[in-house]
Design a protein. Structure first.
Length: 249
């Protein structure tokens, strides 16, 4: 399990040597794929645009200096994802949005239960986003889009591992009943987020040849790996985040 200072160094190093995708090259994706992809990515882009003000303000009251600094860099990486997603939407000929029902719902829900609950909501979004980006990465034959997705997927793997390590520190103090209660409500959040995400992004995934069962299975695998990781204190965190697997058309 990494310490707060180790995660701070990770985020500092992760900002280095990031190659920018060649956005200016011609996009060869089929026209009937571009609009649903652009719409889906624009909604993810909106979700990544927050400045993290509430999160960081609450964190400053509850955590140490290194953990707070790591959380600040985590927020910056999310903002970098917003920039990458904006580039993808423009490459696909789409339009960025400034409001959507999923964004409003997520924003209201994550602030309803305080700092720790907001972290859970962000983690839930990381799990759903990772599943979605993996599935897009497998089907999209466009080098700049794949390069952008690769950057985000590498970051998301680190984000899930970061949140896992942060929760592990508290997990050791939970009674078995408290662990069960936390796991149950977390699973409820994941299942709810999955359904909301399918309503929003199902058209895009269906265009690429996926169904609800493909999306659900992928996100469930990531969530299960996270929950299993809470009980396996000595296992390297990154090994618990499953790699993308090919789903036949």
């Amino acid at each position: 399990m990494k310490t707060s200072s180790s995660w701070l160094r990770y985020y500092e190093n992760n900002r280095l040597n990031r190659a920018e995708p060649a956005w200016e090259t011609r996009c060869l994706l089929p026209e009937d794929w571009r609009r649903p992809l652009a719409v889906s990515l624009s909604h993810f882009q909106l979700g990544e645009t927050g400045g993290g003000t509430f999160l960081l303000r609450e964190a400053s009251r509850q955590t140490d200096a290194d953990d707070l600094a790591a959380l600040e860099l985590f927020v910056r990486e999310e903002q970098e994802h917003a920039r990458l997603l904006a580039c993808m939407v423009r490459r696909l000929g789409g339009t960025l949005v400034d409001r959507h029902w999923t964004h409003r719902l997520f924003k209201l829900a994550r602030r309803a239960g305080g700092f720790q609950f907001e972290i859970q909501m962000l983690l839930t979004a990381e799990i759903v986003g990772t599943a979605h980006y993996q599935m897009l990465r497998e089907r999209i034959e466009d080098a700049p889009l794949r390069a952008g997705l690769d950057l985000m997927l590498a970051d998301e793997s680190g984000h899930v591992a970061f949140h896992l390590d942060r929760l592990r520190r508290r997990w050791r103090e939970y009674l078995p009943l408290e662990r069960t209660a936390w796991a149950l409500q977390f699973q409820f959040l994941v299942l709810t987020a999955l359904r909301a995400a399918w309503l929003d992004h199902g058209r895009c995934l269906r265009t690429l040849g996926y169904g609800w069962s493909d999306f659900s299975r992928r996100a469930r695998q990531i969530a299960i790996a996270f929950l299993d990781g809470l009980e396996v204190q000595g296992c390297p965190v990154r090994e618990m985040v499953p790699k993308e697997e090919s789903i036949p058309a």
